[in-house]
Design a binder for this molecule. Sequence first.
Ligand SMILES: NC(=O)c1ccc[n+]([C@@H]2O[C@H](COP(=O)([O-])OP(=O)(O)OC[C@H]3O[C@@H](n4cnc5c(N)ncnc54)[C@H](OP(=O)(O)O)[C@@H]3O)[C@@H](O)[C@H]2O)c1
Length: 299
Amino acid sequence: MILVFGGNGQLGQELTRLAAARAIPMHALSRGEADIADGGAVAAALARWKPELLVNAAAYTKVDLAETNAEEARKGNEIGPAVLADACAAAGVPMVHVSTDYVFDGSKPDPYRETDPVRPISVYGRSKAAGEDAVRGKLKHHVILRTAWVYSEFGNNFLKTVLRLAETRDELRIVADQHGSPTSAREIAEAILYIAPALLREQKLSGTYHFTADGFTTWHGFASRVVEIAAPMTGRKPRVTPITTVDYPTAAKRPANSRLDCRLFVEKFGFSPRHWTEGVDATTRTLVAAAKRMPSHVA
Ligand SMILES: NC(=O)c1ccc[n+]([C@@H]2O[C@H](COP(=O)([O-])OP(=O)(O)OC[C@H]3O[C@@H](n4cnc5c(N)ncnc54)[C@H](OP(=O)(O)O)[C@@H]3O)[C@@H](O)[C@H]2O)c1
């Protein structure tokens, strides 16, 4: 069976849903059930569930708050993964650990490869890079999946924010000089479940891989697509105005180039991600339809 930490997050919930749909044995633990930075709780969970594979979907993901909450970020993104890696090494269990494009500074003109040196420019990015190092250093049998711009039907994310703002505003001003691939948590869950059997069989597949949806856009392109797909269903089509990063100051710096080259993952595992518009279109339609069924509930 597969044991998931961070079960209440976007990825955790998609993993749970997909595993149930495919009758894949899985148990997901929320933060309340097991804090990944708590060695006793993690050891007890492994002893109880005896997993064949552990997936770490837990993380401190509040990128701007991390700037003033470095200890919390370190706990979720560095200490937690280190505790999980230690526990996995002791139990002989491989782990899939999820990381981020924010380990890079974004100055490379091309998509990032796995071999490019990391140079995070935020507290969040530094904590995630330290978490990767901890996993690599403590556990041989692991896959680190770096992904980007994650959205889903669950939790808070950019796609849901755009839908909410589009209900009341006539103009959305969205950053158009940061580039990346909007990636659905469902797609990441599919990739993880797809690679799990191969990873269990072949320790030599261990390593760091980039995995996002196919194709690239900007936050402005992402928002425009959401508005375009939602409009026929909502009757709302606000203008989406491109702005620059300088026009939209945030506590944490973000890389201008978040594009990840995912060829290695496709070559090694034979799983090709769908184009980013497919997931964005499907999630937008699902959320708008759900909001229409419950008019008092905003996407
Ligand atoms: N979201 C993105 O845009 C994005 C982009 C690139 C990479 N990633 C990576 O993708 C992975 C999944 O992200 P996501 O979007 O699914 O995140 P998410 O929705 O924020 O979920 C993270 C979950 O981890 C839990 N958590 C935090 N600290 C924990 C701890 N110490 N022990 C146990 N659980 C803890 C959170 O619980 P609480 O809610 O109770 O805090 C939350 O349920 C993460 O590794 C993230 O860094 C995300």
